[in-house]
Design a protein around this ligand. Structure first.
Ligand code: ADE
Ligand code: ZN
Length: 352
């Protein structure tokens, strides 16, 4: 069996980071922009380390200049995800790249994305929601504009607010105004933490931003007491193992802490982050986890159940997705059976 058909939920995917290099090259050609510096000889994105990755990412994103470009990108991303069994995806969308933080420009970009997503849902059955993200290295001032865009469009395809970008710049708490604004608008909250900074950045995310989910968070394993706190909090990690390997955090999948985190009772999900940059897909992630840790259908049903609960969508959508997951695979049907749900108190001992 291949994992390709296993029904999946993806919660951590950057919209521009999901753009295939050939898509960006075509757009660059159409606009007569020279982007040759960001590709290697085989046509893949080329970068050396995390700061260089961010440079290449932003250069690629710079050719996405209109709502129509984002509509085309949305169609491309969702068709690809659906091909890997993803039935629900939340992507990170940044008003900084979509209209420069101006609310009316942002509305036009969002409208284009939601129209493309509706067509993708009709064609492939995949449901899309957006998580507006501010970019950390653009600073707290610009994060406020991003939060205003998020708050103004909450519920119009937008279900959450988050932060990506260079984690080594400033502190999480510098962005508290933006997260408070988004919380007041009823949005779910997530931030990148514990990827390039240590466990303390996860503590800051919990204390200063009071997020529901954390992007990556893997370095919490460096502080066992904090790892216990994270497990007890119910805050969910959006793990992206392939991304962590590609950016040099771990030498191989066996060294990745995903299995350790799960055994410690931390709620984890599996995601791709920026798949064409890291030469991965959701199918590849599942296959690599099976190979490294022997994870099977029950494990992936559990991971998918965690992702369903952690999704920022409304409960009507969640219930519909649950039915589709259950209909899509026997392990998911068992996971969501009424008997199992009744006893569904999260219990890490069951994993030991
Ligand atoms: N933006 C896109 N990918 C990212 C990552 N892995 N970490 C932080 N910001 C990002
Ligand atoms: Zn990310």
């Amino acid at each position: 069996m291949t994992w390709q058909d296993f029904p999946k939920i993806e919660l951590h995917l950057h919209h521009e980071g999901a753009a295939p290099p050939e898509f960006i090259r075509r757009l660059a050609q159409e606009k007569s922009v020279n982007l040759s510096g960001i590709f290697d000889d085989s046509g893949s994105y080329a970068f050396d380390d995390f700061p260089d990755f961010l440079r290449v990412y932003e250069a690629a994103a710079s050719v996405l200049g209109s709502p129509d470009d984002y509509a085309r990108l949305t169609a491309e991303i969702l068709a690809r995800l659906a091909g890997h069994g993803v039935i629900y995806a939340e992507t990170f969308v940044s008003p900084d790249f979509c209209g420069g933080g101006d609310v009316s420009a942002w509305r036009e970009y969002l409208h284009a994305m939601t129209e493309a997503a509706a067509q993708a849902e009709a064609a492939h059955g995949i449901v899309w929601r957006g998580v507006v993200t501010c970019v950390r290295h653009f600073g707290p001032y610009r994060s406020r504009a991003a939060a205003r865009c998020a708050a103004e469009t909450a519920g119009q395809g937008i279900v959450g607010f988050g932060m990506g970008g260079n984690e080594t710049m400033g502190r999480q708490g510098d962005f508290a105004w933006a997260f408070d604004c988004a919380r007041e608008a009823g949005l779910g909250l997530t931030t990148h933490a514990g990827e390039f900074c240590g466990a303390d950045s996860v503590r800051q995310a919990l204390d200063d931003l009071r997020v529901d989910r954390i992007g990556h968070g893997v370095r919490v394993v460096e502080d066992p007491a904090l790892m216990d706190r994270l497990a007890a909090s119910g805050v969910v990690l959006e793990l992206c193992p392939g991304s962590n390997l590609a950016l040099g955090l771990y030498p191989d999948m066996r060294a990745h802490p995903i299995d350790r985190l799960r055994r410690a009772g931390v709620r984890v999900t599996v995601n791709t982050d920026d798949p064409p940059f890291f030469h991965t897909t959701m199918t590849d992630e599942f296959a690599a986890l099976e190979l490294a840790f022997g994870w099977g259908e029950e494990d992936f049903a559990d991971i998918t159940s965690t992702a369903l609960r952690a999704a920022f969508c409304d409960d009507v959508t969640r219930d519909t997705l649950k039915e589709r997951l259950a209909a899509g695979h026997p392990a998911l049907a068992a996971r969501f059976s009424p008997d199992r749900m009744k006893t569904d108190v999260f219990n890490p001992d069951l994993l030991r």
